[in-house]
Design a protein around this ligand. Structure first.
Ligand code: ADP
Ligand code: MG
Length: 394
């Protein structure tokens, strides 16, 4: 893989101020981290840096504070949890580029860790501002990007900053992500099956277009499937349908047909009268009542999709098949999560919500790769250049 930047293993980090861009954008509830998987997945990189005696500077964004200081988006709870996980002190700075931050970083001993406060407290982060990047660059001698989930964004800590630091590369998580997704992107094994669900066709258009030329079967679910079904002439009642995307859905279906790719849409659905209904009813796709909306795929669809998934030699899954946050509409997503777990081929799941579903079902270990990047994993599979990867190349 000629495109792979150097990894932290190959960088001279001993005794040097090593800036590690991590993705600590974790869900918080009243100051408690409710899902620590993103923090855990970057621990190997942090431990590696500590063990080699780097002075470790961790930096991340969290939430959308929109360029202003906001205690609700402080990384303090993350720092506390990290200290527990690593069983060592984590020094949290008051701000990422303040004089005090510079002092804390300058005083770090080899193997010690500082966590900079939320990068997005400064508007320069999202603007990829040069002056902001320079202020960050002053803090470090080495730059490591381990934030795969943020690699598709041209933000200062991801794009402008690494270009200012000569000794630069990627962390161990980023390396794993790139290897797994590159393997899938360039795979020549068959059958290659993709399951795409989630909320909107418009979010997934790029990946649908990229995959339809590569896979043997494309299985569609989630609210997105409604648009495909409407495009085939089914009446979808009150379901979410992106009317302006109907022509695109039709052209994707035609392209699949021309290429001999199986593009499957649900044959049955779980419908209810509202999003907060406590239970649903299974109907054939041709029988969605006018007063109801489709909130999950039905059991026949799960069985048909499972039948395609099991023999797959390569599988990519992104996006829940229904409103899985509600128990009544979670069966479709769970059924697909199980099918993916039972598939003996090379299996990858990506996407914030689909990964949450796989974790909730306790099935993560049974996938070859669970990506920490939602949008990033899709852009990678589309073959798009990613700012965070380009900027760390030698
Ligand atoms: P991911 O984060 O895995 O990429 P998306 O963000 O595209 O997935 O979509 C996830 C959201 O789509 C979830 O909140 C889920 O409840 C919702 N969703 C899926 N299917 C339906 C449906 N049929 N009706 C309403 N919402 C749905
Ligand atoms: Mg999502």
């Amino acid at each position: 893989m000629a495109l792979i930047p150097r990894t932290i293993r190959e960088l001279a980090i001993e005794g040097r101020r090593t800036f590690v861009r991590v993705d600590f954008n974790v869900p918080l509830d009243h100051g408690k981290v409710t899902d620590r998987s993103r923090i855990e997945s970057t621990l190997p990189t942090i431990r590696h840096a500590m063990e080699r005696g780097a002075k470790v500077i961790l930096a991340s964004h969290a939430g959308r504070p929109k360029g202003k200081r906001n205690p609700d988006y402080s990384l303090e709870p993350v720092g506390q949890l990290l200290a527990e996980l690593l069983r060592c002190e984590v020094l949290l700075t008051d701000d990422c580029i303040s004089e005090a931050a510079g002092k804390i970083v300058g005083d770090l001993r080899d193997g010690q860790i500082a966590l900079l406060e939320n990068l997005r407290f400064h508007p320069g982060e999202e603007k990829n501002d040069d002056a902001f990047a320079r202020a960050l660059a002053k803090l470090c001698d080495v730059y490591v990007n381990d934030a795969f989930g943020a690699a598709h964004r041209a933000h200062a800590s991801v794009a402008a900053l690494p270009r200012l630091v000569r000794e630069r590369g990627i962390g161990l998580l980023m390396e794993r992500e790139i290897q797994a997704l590159e393997k899938l992107r360039t795979t020549s094994v068959h059958p290659f099956v993709a399951v795409i669900g989630g909320a909107k066709v418009s979010d997934k258009l790029g990946v649908l277009e990229a995959l339809v030329d590569r896979v043997d079967a494309l299985l569609i679910g989630g609210a997105m499937a409604n648009t495909f079904l409407a495009a085939q002439g089914f009446s979808m009642g009150k379901s979410l349908v992106e009317t302006e995307k109907l022509p695109l859905a039709r052209s994707l279906m035609q392209r699949a047909k021309d290429r001999g790719v199986k593009l499957l849409v649900p044959v049955d659905l779980v419908v209810a009268k509202s999003l907060d209904a406590s239970e649903g009813r299974v109907v054939g796709t041709n029988l969605v009542p006018d007063d109801s909306l489709a909130l999950d795929i039905g059991p026949k669809t799960v069985a048909a999709y499972r039948h395609e998934i099991l023999p797959a030699k390569a599988l990519f899954w992104n996006g829940p098949l229904g409103l899985f946050e509600h128990k009544a509409f979670a069966e479709g997503t769970l059924g697909i999560a199980r099918a993916g777990a039972d598939c003996a081929g090379f299996t990858v799941v990506g996407g914030g919500d689909s990964v949450a579903a796989v974790n909730q079902a306790g099935l993560a270990e049974r996938y070859d790769h669970v990506s920490t990047g939602g949008g990033a994993s899709l852009e990678f599979l589309e073959g798009r250049q990613m700012p965070g990867i380009e900027a760390v190349k030698p």
